[in-house]
Every structure is written in structure tokens, then in C-alpha cells.
Design a protein around this ligand. Sequence first.
Ligand code: HEC
Length: 125
Amino acid sequence: MIKPNLVLAALMIGGLATQGAHAHGDPVHGNSVFTQQCSVCHSALPNKNKMGPSLFGVIGRKAGSIDNFSYSDAIKNSSLKWTEDVFEAYIAAPNKLIPGVKMYYDGLADAQSREDLAAYLATLH
Ligand code: HEC
């Protein structure tokens, strides 16, 4: 007879292995980071710019590419594309990745929060 505890242990190990392989961020936590640190300047709704451009659909688009937002030359000329990796590097230290960017935000020190934020932004499509 199979012991229920062993089955549970096997499921848990399987679950951990899957997590390690994909290393996904947590979009629910990402959403709360967004609300606390970004929403003062950014909306998650399409076509709604605040002091910063709308972040709807940002993952996958070219940096500085929303038509009705007036970007700095620094970001327009960066020729970056917002993959999750590029985004995470940017949000760690915006001015380091794009010198002269006009986003007055020092950076998000916690790597897990950066990944969670990227996972949240990736849901906005
Ligand atoms: C004080 C206001 C402010 C805060 C806070 C802020 N941003 Fe920004 N953000 C801006 C501005 C302004 C720009 C445009 C920069 C430029 O034109 O150089 C920008 C640009 C961006 C871009 C580039 C978008 C594009 O269309 O290329 C991303 C991505 C971004 N911000 C993400 C974030 C995230 C995520 C947070 C929270 C961790 C955040 N920002 C916090 C003002 C802000």
C-alpha cells in the first residue's frame, strides 16, 4: 500500500523542481509593489499616461515607443526592447541602464521584487 505521506512528499519535490526550472515571479506580489512604488506615476490601463507612460503591454514593446507620450531622447534613442530581463535590469537602476532617463526613481534593490514586478507587468496585455 502506498503511504499518503510519501505521495505528498513526492508531489512537493516535483513542485519545487518545476519552480526552479522556470523561476517565475509572483504577479500578485508584483501588483502590490506596482501599487506602492509605480502607480503614482504610471497607469496599468491602455492609453492612460500620467507623469510616466502607460505600462499596459510594456513587456515586449520597444522602449520609448508610445505615440502620445513625450519621452526623453535618452529613452527614445536607447534601442532597447522591454523583455523581462531588460526590464529587471532597468528597474534595479534606471539611470545606469539608460543614462539621462527622466524617471525620478532610484531603483528597486530587492531582486525578488523586481522579478515579481516583471511577472505582473507581463500580465498586462
Ligand atoms: C516619479 C515618477 C515615476 C516613478 C515613481 C516611476 N516611474 Fe517609470 N517612468 C517615469 C517617466 C517620466 C518615464 C519616461 C522617462 C523618459 O522619458 O526618459 C518612465 C518610464 C518608464 C518605463 C519605460 C516605458 C516605455 O514606454 O518605454 C518603464 C518600463 C517604467 N517607467 C517602469 C516603472 C516601474 C515598474 C516603476 C515602479 C517600480 C516606475 N516606473 C516608477 C516616471 C516614473
